[in-house]
Design a protein around this ligand. Structure first.
Ligand code: ADP
Length: 276
């Protein structure tokens, strides 16, 4: 059954994104809590394009590892709102900024959930293209879900000759900058795996791994680090399984990177599963 947007009361701003404003909202009749993402009709065309892309993808997805969309409201005047499940612990970005460090065991659990999400998306021919801590939502049960499909892409048969520069540069894979050197057999999906590798590394070391702590990012430094540097890796002393997992994600040659489904069987994910 569909509801009307007037049945919800917005009680708090959760955040502003390039896609609009996200509110915490309550369904007045049931008191259930949701997140409501709103984009005004008069907002800039880029914003509107992003929310329509996101709506298209959320309509097609139904997975416990992808943020759930309950309803979409489109007013005749052009305002758009997406009613989503509320994730009460925010994003992995915020969680990591509170200074909490994640244990390898927690990280394995986080990795497994993101990989289940990516495996689902890739099987449905969806490339996220902007995997990073700020786009991964968490709740107090430590469930992790993939969100923000503003720049995602539904794959047709093959990839465009040159994938456009979308997403957050810092987390973009080498083949996105330089397809001739690193893009053998590039299928688009492996870019998400690179971004996952960087994300996991960041959650462990506590800062974006291609820059030193506190270093200001600029486009040229990042591109050089991504394309000409060795892929970043974990410090000595961490679990061998974790080190190997990161290496499987951060192969510069996209053809050598493991797929989401292969990574789900990686000892790092498997071993932790046994212990739970
Ligand atoms: P972005 O900033 O990447 O464009 P969004 O516009 O989707 O991201 O969201 C902006 C902020 O709103 C997020 O960083 C997050 O803090 C919050 N948010 C988004 N969706 C939800 C949700 N379903 N539950 C809780 N908080 C959310």
């Amino acid at each position: 059954t569909t509801t009307a947007v007037t049945e919800y009361e917005t009680i708090q701003v959760l955040g502003h994104g390039n896609g609009g404003t996200v509110y915490k909202a309550i369904h007045k009749k049931t008191s259930n809590v949701y997140a409501l993402k709103v984009v005004q009709a008069d907002s800039d065309p880029m914003m509107r394009r992003q929310i329509f892309r996101e709506m298209e993808i959320l309509r097609r997805t139904d997975s416990p590892f992808v943020v759930k969309c309950h309803d979409i409201f489109e007013k005749p005047d052009g305002d758009v709102a997406i009613l989503m499940e509320y994730m009460d612990a925010g994003t992995l970005d915020l969680v990591s900024k509170t200074g909490d460090v994640f244990t390898e065991r927690t990280l394995a659990d986080i990795a497994r959930q993101i990989l289940n999400g990516l495996n689902y998306l890739h099987a449905h021919k969806i490339v996220h293209r902007d995997i990073k801590p700020a786009n991964l939502l968490v709740n107090k049960k430590m469930e992790v879900k993939i969100a923000d499909f503003g720049v995602s892409k539904i794959m047709c048969r093959t990839l465009d000759a040159c994938d456009s520069y979308v997403g957050t540069c810092a987390y973009m894979s080498p083949e996105r900058f330089d397809p001739d050197s690193y893009g053998a057999n590039y299928d688009g999906y492996s870019g998400d795996i690179w971004s996952l590798g960087l994300t996991m590394l960041e959650l462990y070391v506590g800062h974006f791994p291609l820059l030193s702590a506190g270093q200001k990012p600029d486009w040229a430094t990042l591109m050089c680090a991504i394309c000409f540097g060795e892929p970043p890796s974990l410090p000595e002393g961490v679990l061998e399984e974790f080190k190997s997992f990161i290496e499987c994600c951060l192969q510069k040659d996209s053809g050598k990177r493991w797929t989401a489904s292969q990574l789900l069987s990686h000892p790092f994910c498997r071993q932790m599963e046994k212990e739970l």
